[in-house]
Design a protein around this ligand. Structure first.
Ligand code: IPE
Ligand code: IPE
Ligand code: MG
Ligand code: MG
Ligand code: MG
Length: 314
């Protein structure tokens, strides 16, 4: 199949439909997350309730899905417990980043995943601590992962690099510093790659490492992940303008209201959408390269996730 030329149709792959895979992985992930987090009755109850409120029962779970998709690419078959640990860790960090992102001192949002934000449902101090604790839980889960010392260390290193000052926290600092300023396209891209792209890159890399991917596959997966990581935040910017709070489950129109530079404010809606689409095709092209040495069955879920990320409506 020469998919790059677009001339020859892709051979059908005998796998469960995406919706079925999605439902199965989400159910699996939810059960693992429920079991991994401290019970609500345990003291301090308010903190544990807030953590469970934020982390369970909602969210698209895109990052865990990327972990599982990359794992499937490296090693087909049912996800291993190591893959589950990687999926939990990236999602716990993501949830922590959302809780803090919504705080009054950051984006000051009252709605998240279709419900009141943690500082509204609980209080600011609890929201701060719930985020802090989820970050620690993420690394605790990796420290306890059933894997070799080398793999465990690699997973923890990937996550740490992705969320520090060169990654998510750095990107969030630039985001807050950019309020009311205009950024060049290069500056905007650098901010998005840090605040959102880095964790998605980590999700893909951690899935691949947990499943034993070789260096060649990892390089191609990096290209895939960098493309969809940036596309993800571009689409988030577009949906902030085009979506409704009801469908998004978070307050629409927030970026313009807060006077933040986004792909829409810098490029306009049409070019922003085109850029996301181009990145989706770049991501798929990276998978084409992988398919030169492995069956397309193994890249199918990542292919479908690229479409899911760019073509989503919430
Ligand atoms: C929202 O992430 C925050 C960004 C990094 C843009 P998601 O759109 O993945 O949020 P959930 O997890 O589905 O709620
Ligand atoms: C947040 O970006 C990125 C994070 C690291 C959480 P946004 O501020 O655009 O995310 P939303 O739109 O509130 O979900
Ligand atoms: Mg923000
Ligand atoms: Mg926000
Ligand atoms: Mg946003």
């Amino acid at each position: 199949v020469n998919s790059r030329s677009g001339v020859v149709a892709r051979a059908p792959v005998a796998q469960a439909p995406f919706a079925q895979w999605l439902a199965q992985e989400l159910e699996r992930f939810e059960a693992r997350a429920d079991a991994a987090l401290p019970p609500a009755e345990r003291i301090p109850q308010r903190l544990h309730q807030a953590i469970r409120y934020a982390a369970l029962g909602a969210g698209k779970r895109v990052r865990p899905l990327l972990v599982y998709g990359a794992g499937e690419c490296a090693q087909p078959g049912a996800p291993s417990p190591t893959l589950d640990s990687a999926a939990l860790a990236v999602e716990f960090v993501h949830v922590y980043s959302l809780i803090h992102d919504d705080l009054p001192c950051m984006d000051d949002d009252v709605l998240r995943r279709g419900r009141p934000t943690v500082h509204v449902a609980f209080d600011e101090a609890t929201a701060m601590l719930a985020g802090d604790a989820l970050q620690a839980e993420a690394f605790r889960v990796l420290a306890d992962a059933p894997a070799s010392d080398d793999v465990r260390a690699a997973l923890m290193g990937e996550l740490a690099h992705a969320i520090g000052t060169d990654g998510m926290c750095g990107g969030q600092a630039i985001d807050l510093d950019s309020i009311g300023r205009s950024l060049s396209l290069a500056e905007l891209e650098a901010m998005h790659r840090k605040k959102t792209g880095a964790l998605m890159l980590a999700a893909v890399r951690m899935g691949a490492l947990a499943a034993g991917a070789d260096a060649t596959m990892l390089r191609a997966l990096d290209r895939y992940a960098r493309a969809i990581g940036l596309a993800f935040q571009i689409v988030d910017d577009v949906l902030d303008v085009e979506g409704t709070s009801e469908v998004l489950g978070k307050t629409a129109g927030k970026d313009a209201q807060k006077n933040k530079p986004t792909y829409v404010s810098v490029l306009g809606l049409t070019l922003a959408r085109e850029r996301a689409e181009r990145l989706r095709r770049d991501a798929l092209a990276a998978l084409d390269d992988i398919e030169e040495s492995v069956s397309p069955v193994r890249t199918l879920r990542l292919r479908q996730l690229a479409d899911f990320i760019v073509l989503r409506s919430h």
